[in-house]
Design a protein around this ligand. Sequence first.
Ligand SMILES: Nc1nc2c(ncn2[C@@H]2O[C@H](COP(=O)(O)OP(=O)(O)O)[C@@H](O)[C@H]2O)c(=O)[nH]1
Ligand SMILES: [Mg+2]
Length: 202
Amino acid sequence: MKKCLIVGKPNVGKTLFMLNFAQYLHLETVNIQLIYYNGVIENKSYKITQAKELLSSVSPFKTMCLQVLEADIPMGKGKQRIQVIDSSGLTDGIHMNVEMRRAMAQTLSAIRESDIILHLFDISSLFYDSPDHGISKVDYQLAEFGQSKNGYVILANKIDLIPNKRPIVELQKLFPDHYVIPISAKTGLGFSEVSTFVRRRL
Ligand SMILES: Nc1nc2c(ncn2[C@@H]2O[C@H](COP(=O)(O)OP(=O)(O)O)[C@@H](O)[C@H]2O)c(=O)[nH]1
Ligand SMILES: [Mg+2]
């Protein structure tokens, strides 16, 4: 089964995206497999609404393992089952907390093993005073890695929070070689484009 990994810095909306995208793909209940860096696996089953309350949060670093669910991507008259994988946020430098370091290392190996990489940015938090608009090194590194990968795409998330299109244009300028899809993990805007992107790479 093809693997579709969601990556990005903490708090950009990875977990909310996974759950609302699963709902968009008609899942009402999600069976989530939690895979910890030490190999421990837990299986949980939630209603989507319940999962959103429990798993997506205003406090960063809520997700400390890989969270895997299976969903069907529509393909013409049929569909294809894929794994959608939510990961722990990546940050620059070496994190103080050893558990976090291990969770991030786990995310890095998942990047190598995945067929499709959805790289999320929080478009509402770009600032224009610095030349790189406050985008971190790890985001640039991921984008660079993405150049060698056909299934890599940037998702410019939280567009429901921006007053105009400028942040989207600026982000596209920073990553001219990549396809950027504006989305809102909260409202579902842009989900059909994401679904089309995924379908074309299966
Ligand atoms: N307004 C808005 N808030 C969002 C969006 N996506 C995520 N959030 C909020 O951002 C916070 C972090 O989301 P979460 O999914 O936990 O981020 P993660 O750390 O990347 O998994 C939560 O409070 C979400 O409700 C979005 O598209 N629009
Ligand atoms: Mg999360």
